[in-house]
Design a protein around this ligand. Structure first.
Ligand code: SAM
Length: 302
């Protein structure tokens, strides 16, 4: 519950406001800097800076919202992802460091291959597609989401970060034409009954859960990939820490020649790479310590 803020003079110093703030110092400084529209470093260099009434009120509101549990990224309107400042609103998932594994892996897979076609399914803020486009301007990237609000945020991020993605309002593959060399996705994979959902109540529920066992979106994406991947194309999906075996099994069930699990920095199974027969750079190209447990199908597709 929000605590009443102590009475402060009309022109208080940043130092006095920060000292009276109940939040952790780093968060308090970031929110005050946001209210003042200055970089946080400025408040470190100049703690004596004066804060006018308007900025004090804005700061007080931000502090109350933070005490209510609103994530810092929504209060500040930005989240860093793969070294880029991505705009976020409550209409999109806050990009997670775990998801950088998808970007890193995709860049590794696409290294040395010009003009590849990439499909980012469930793009949200656009973070994955945009990070790929910034690293590899030669890629042709289509990014879809079923949420028009999310697509507006992705569009804004494209403009802010100076990249061009083809943004499509779509239920997964529904309107897609042509074939892709890489399909990449961080779909909603939390099961409806998972207790972690309660801690994520500020984020859009449709970005988090399939309202079922957590595997519905993954199954749809894996099942539909065969028709949309070029020969030798690859599918890379993020999943929950305990979904590795189920996702590998699904990839083999739906005709992938190989399914390789990748682990996140915490050592948890976090993503799965499926290779169609003839993939020029499959699991073998990912000779890193974070690659684990390749499984091969007895019989691959075509
Ligand atoms: C876990 S979020 C991922 C967002 C972003 N790619 C990221 O990694 O931060 C899943 C995204 O999938 C979208 N989504 C959910 N169901 C979908 C569907 N049936 N078709 C297309 N997109 C969908 C959600 O709107 C949400 O933006």
């Amino acid at each position: 519950m929000a605590q009443p803020q102590p009475c402060l003079p009309a022109l208080a110093s940043a130092h006095a406001l920060l000292r009276a703030c109940p939040l952790a110092p780093k968060e308090a400084r970031a929110l005050l800097a946001h209210a003042l529209e200055v970089p946080a470093e400025r408040l470190i260099a100049h703690p004596e800076s004066r804060v006018d009434q308007r900025a004090q009120e804005a700061f007080s509101h931000l502090v109350s919202e933070r005490q209510r549990g609103t994530p810092m990224a929504y209060l500040l309107g930005v989240q860093e992802f793969y070294g880029h400042r991505v705009r976020v609103t409550p209409e999109v998932l806050i990009p997670r460091p775990d998801t950088e594994l998808l970007v890193e892996t995709a860049l590794h897979l696409l290294r040395g291959r010009a003009g590849m076609r990439v499909l980012d399914l469930g793009t949200g803020s656009g973070c994955i597609g945009i990070a790929l486009a910034l690293a590899r301007p030669d890629l042709w990237i289509v990014a879809c989401d079923r949420s028009p609000a999310a697509l507006r945020v992705a569009q804004e991020n494209c403009g802010r970060l100076g990249v061009s993605l083809q943004l499509v309002a779509a239920q997964w593959y529904a309107p897609m034409r042509g074939h892709f060399d890489l399909i990449i996705s961080n779909p909603p994979y939390i099961a409806a009954g998972d207790r972690h959902l309660a801690d994520l109540s500020f984020e859009p529920r449709a970005a988090l859960t399939d309202e079922a066992d957590g595997l519905t979106a993954l199954r749809t994406i894996i099942a539909g990939a065969g028709e949309r991947l070029s020969r030798g194309g690859q599918l890379l999906v993020e999943h929950g820490y305990d979904q590795g075996p189920a996702v590998r099994a699904m990839m083999l069930e739906y005709g992938f020649a190989q399914a390789t699990t990748l682990r996140d920095l915490a050592g948890q199974e976090r993503a799965c790479l499926g290779a169609r027969r003839g993939a020029s750079r499959g699991a073998a190209a990912l000779a890193s310590s974070r690659v684990a447990e390749p499984m091969r199908a007895r019989e691959g597709p075509d």
